[in-house]
Write a protein of this length. Structure first.
Length: 200
């Protein structure tokens, strides 16, 4: 990879529509060429962890970028037919969690962090999941299964992690039909060569 005047690596994004410029304003050269490719590693099965990868992948596909997903550990819930439509949202562990809707009650209240202890109360995860799904439906954002169907139809390649599948005692039949294969980490590294990798 080329290095700029400050010693920073200039990533090679293939034949992207934009050109990386060197410090002096000239196009930076790169030895590698080819179509741009993005790979999303999905390692968490929460509702708010599924959507970023699916939305970014959808946007990339719309720009003609090759997209692949690698589902590992709890990220397998996103493509597990038994769980993909019932992913949960919890603000436990997210100290920055706040509710912008509270701004209507009092100015500034929408930016106040929600106390972490509330996440442990019975029914809070169910209520926060329902609230998030309602907000997303109001914005015409498809459900996770619909998003998976959509990105697969647009040409995304889906892979499941062999180690995680074995640990979770899953079968290929448990997974969304768009999952092409269950592959090892070594296989994934080979398939993702030259791609931008986004770990979620």
């Amino acid at each position: 990879m080329p290095i700029d005047a400050d010693g920073n690596l200039i990533p090679d994004f293939g034949d992207a529509r934009t050109t990386t410029l060197a410090v002096d304003g000239r196009p930076a050269s790169s030895a590698a060429a080819g179509p741009r490719k993005m790979v999303f590693i999905c390692s968490k099965g929460n509702l708010d962890m599924a959507y970023p990868a699916l939305i970014m992948g959808n946007a990339a596909l719309g720009e003609g970028i090759e997209v692949e997903y690698f589902f590992t550990f709890w990220g397998l819930d996103i493509v597990d037919l038994r769980t993909m439509d019932s992913l949960k949202f919890s603000f436990g562990g997210n100290t920055a969690m706040h509710m912008p809707q509270l701004e209507r009650l009092k100015g500034g209240l929408g930016a106040v962090s929600i106390p972490q202890g509330l996440a442990a109360l019975p029914g809070v995860t169910t209520a926060s999941t329902a609230m998030m799904k309602k907000m997303m439906a109001g914005m015409d954002i498809p459900s996770v299964p619909e998003m998976i169907d959509h990105v697969v139809a647009m040409g995304a390649k889906l892979w499941a992690c062999q180690l995680s599948v074995d640990m979770m005692q899953l079968k290929k039949a448990n997974l969304h039909p768009g999952v092409l294969a269950v592959i090892s980490a070594a296989d994934f590294i080979e398939k993702s060569e030259g791609a931008q990798i986004v770990f979620i």
